[in-house]
Design a protein around this ligand. Structure first.
Ligand SMILES: Nc1ncnc2c1ncn2[C@@H]1O[C@H](COP(=O)(O)OP(=O)(O)O)[C@@H](O)[C@H]1O
Ligand SMILES: [Mg+2]
Length: 241
């Protein structure tokens, strides 16, 4: 269980994240939505340890994360992808995946059925020996996710994984992530603006606006929430949902 209590981050005068409480259960897919600048990426950066929170506390299975570096958190099973791609472009796809395995826990090294199946589910099986810089954009995004899965994460955080993908690619990505949800104990925290994608994948959704949680609940409940409609979804979504 990932638990956040009163997590706050200020940048100078800007309260990017304000007093956020959140609990994510093992194996749960949690969507994180909200307008641009709501604090979604900052929250992921705080959980992964890329940024240090100004106030509050967070734990994974009761173990405090607050004083751990991002590397130490990765070893505890917190993995993430970035809003902007970060792969080793001169390494092959397989080498990119292997690099993650080496930095992961000892038990994560070497071949593993789940990882092998992930490579297939994320449609990378015939790209493994290609250098990352020869892969198409959608393939790179999927490679990033498989590389994160190679860490055998407890918590996988995906910052806009469907950004820049066409509808078909987004649908395939949703199916592959649904497979992770159903097959592994790993919790997934996923940010995206594609509501169809996020609503189909998430069991619960947390909505941020101006750094604060304004709603949390099932996709259905959140899409009917007046504050969420006003702050983010708009009336069209209300009727579409
Ligand atoms: N490193 C930073 N330094 C200063 N301000 C930042 C930094 N990162 C984010 N912010 C500010 O924090 C707020 C939340 O940003 P962000 O977490 O990127 O939002 P989101 O991912 O929801 O679009 C914004 O006002 C943004 O300008
Ligand atoms: Mg962001």
């Amino acid at each position: 269980m990932l638990e956040l209590r009163g997590i706050t981050k200020t940048f100078g005068g800007v309260k990017a994240v304000q007093d956020v409480d959140m609990s994510v259960a093992p194996g749960e897919v949690r969507g994180l939505i909200g307008p641009n600048g709501a604090g979604k990426s900052t929250l992921v950066n705080l959980i992964s340890g890329l940024l240090t929170h100004s106030a509050g506390a967070m734990t994974l299975d009761g173990v405090p994360l607050d004083d751990l570096s991002s590397q130490q958190r990765a070893l505890k099973g917190i993995a993430r992808t970035f809003q902007n791609l970060r792969v080793f472009s001169s390494l092959t796809a397989q080498q990119n995946i292997d690099v993650a395995g080496y930095t992961g826990t000892a038990s994560a090294r070497g071949g593993d059925d789940l990882l092998q199946e992930a490579i297939v589910r994320f449609d990378l099986a015939d790209k493994l020996n290609d250098p990352a810089n020869s892969l198409a954009y959608g393939q790179l995004r999927r490679l990033e996710i498989v590389r994160a899965l190679a860490l055998r994460p407890r918590v996988l955080m995906l910052d806009e994984p469907a950004a820049g993908m066409n509808e078909q690619e987004t649908e395939a990505l949703g199916a592959a992530l649904g497979w992770v949800r159903d097959k592994s104990e790993c919790s997934i925290l996923v940010i995206d603006h594609d509501l169809k994608f996020i609503m189909a994948l998430s069991e619960r959704i947390t909505v941020l606006n101006m750094g604060k949680v304004i709603a949390e609940g099932t996709p259905q409940a959140v899409s009917e929430n007046r504050q969420v409609i006003d702050a983010y979804l708009g009336e069209d979504q209300e009727h579409a949902a």
